[in-house]
Design a protein around this ligand. Structure first.
Ligand code: UGA
Length: 430
């Protein structure tokens, strides 16, 4: 079996490392944050992700998966080194490559013999060459290496399933032997492999996220048109989705996309286009519509509740999507801050993200029970479509509110059922 080092224990690194260990490889994950590594050794996950703790603990106990802050314990013996550190947005949306650069330097200083370095984080076009140059400049003279791009397509909240059953594996690189070696890591999985050059592999990742974000902004624009004409966006999407050229997925209208990927990657791609004298009008519009969805939602709250000063607003859901505690670029942040700026008293509940949300939204009041959030409220806003909310006792909610206004930012509920219970109900384009 192979010896693999994974640099960075964020979503991508931890899930990838645990999965390659599950496949029987020896994996050692490296992170510079000591506390994170100490907690991982105890089986404590740094974030909530269904199924991940079990996978990590099982493989740690089987001694296939280890954690360290020390590159000397990980890199010299590894045949494969995955770079999975984050590339956060810098000024103008440009991807910040400083963590990739410092990880590459540290890897270089510990290389021994021949090693394949794999870029798995989302990195701008040209990063494969950048990593190769950084390694070249910092590695001892007697080592050899090849760089392969192998972007990751997993989704938060479904990461374990996605890594076990990927739709495709993309491998970019000009060193055929290295590309074949990385393909070998996926040999036991039935999955199409796309082999290409570094730049194309890097662009496949950005183009995929940009396409998905485009579908969401598209359906959100259609939802705004539905609102005007009294049409139902859910049925519009269903009717469109039967066309195999369109397909049904990623056509749920809502308060817009958030998370650590779509906003960052669309901005980075637009930036790369602009920097090269192109005018990325579609990408710019995708971002603009996404922003506009949040304003539109706040305007809807004002329309149904009136002057927000002193009004009690219950919020269900804070995370950028269900099954995660991640608050990065969550639409809830801007929506709640706008409501509080207008004088509303917000009480929020999220099954997993209460703590992370308190760090993201100043003066946020969270409660530990969903029914507590709606007590005496003038409106309930549904911002994240957790299953728990779908199954809630909505008659009890209606009863507990001062005015039963339900503004559903994810079209989670059945409109007729909610109206029959006594709610004034509005969805998005529904
Ligand atoms: C996204 C991609 O789906 C992954 O394939 C990719 O690997 C990942 O980014 C990444 O680059 O690391 P993720 O950000 O975890 O994954 O979440 P998604 O499930 O794609 O949702 C993103 C946002 O779009 C959420 O806020 C979600 O609520 C919203 N969304 C999604 C909609 O508003 N409507 C939809 O129909 C689907």
């Amino acid at each position: 079996m192979n010896t693999i080092a994974v640099i960075g224990t964020g979503y991508v690194g931890l899930v990838t490392g645990a999965w390659f260990a599950e496949l029987g490889n020896t994996v050692i994950c490296v992170d510079i944050i000591e506390e994170k590594i100490a907690r991982l050794r105890e089986g404590e996950m740094p974030f909530f992700e269904p199924g991940l703790a079990e996978l990590v603990i099982r493989n740690t106990e089987a001694a296939r998966l280890r954690f360290t802050t020390d590159y000397t314990k990980a890199v010299p013996d590894a045949g494969f080194v995955f770079i999975t550190v984050d590339t956060p947005p810098g000024p103008n949306g440009k991807a910040d490559m400083s963590r990739v650069e410092s990880a590459s330097r540290s890897i270089a200083q510990h290389l021994k013999g021949h090693t394949v370095i794999i870029n798995k984080s989302t990195m701008p076009m040209g990063s494969g060459d950048f990593v190769a140059r950084t390694l070249e400049m910092n590695a001892p003279p007697d080592v050899t290496f090849a760089v392969v791009s192998n972007p990751e397509f997993l989704r938060e909240g479904a990461a374990v399933r996605d890594v076990m059953e990927p739709d495709r594996v993309v491998l970019g690189g000009m060193d055929t032997e290295a590309v074949n070696a990385v393909a070998g890591l996926y040999a036991t999985m039935e999955v199409p492999i796309v082999r290409t050059d570094l730049q194309t592999a890097e662009l496949i990742k950005y183009a995929s996220n940009a396409m998905l974000a485009t579908r969401i902004s598209f359906i959100n624009e259609i939802a705004a048109i539905c609102d005007v004409f009294g049409a139902d966006v859910r049925v519009v999407a269903e009717g469109m989705g039967y066309d195999p050229r369109i397909g049904p997925l990623f056509l749920s209208a809502g308060i817009g996309f958030g998370g650590s990927c779509f906003p960052k990657d669309v901005k980075a791609l637009a930036h790369m286009a602009k920097e090269n004298n192109l005018h990325p009008q579609l990408l710019n519009s995708v971002l603009e519509i996404n922003q506009y969805q949040r304003y539109r939602f706040v305007a809807k709250v004002e329309k149904y509740v009136g002057d927000l000063r002193g009004k009690r607003i219950g919020v269900w859901g804070l995370a950028f999507k269900q099954d995660t505690d991640d608050m990065r670029e969550a639409p809830s942040i801007e929506i709640i801050e706008s409501l509080m700026d207008r004088g509303a008293q917000v009480r929020a509940y999220d099954p997993e993200a209460n703590v992370t949300a308190q760090r993201a939204i100043r003066d946020l009041v969270t409660v530990l029970d969903p029914y507590e959030a709606v007590k005496g409220a003038d409106a309930l806003l549904l911002l994240t479509p957790w299953n728990e909310f779908k199954q809630a006792d909505m008659a009890r909610v209606c009863e507990a509110m001062r005015t039963p206004v339900l503004l559903d930012g994810r079209n989670l509920y059945d409109r007729e059922q909610m109206r029959a219970l006594g709610f004034t109900y509005r969805g998005i384009g529904y």
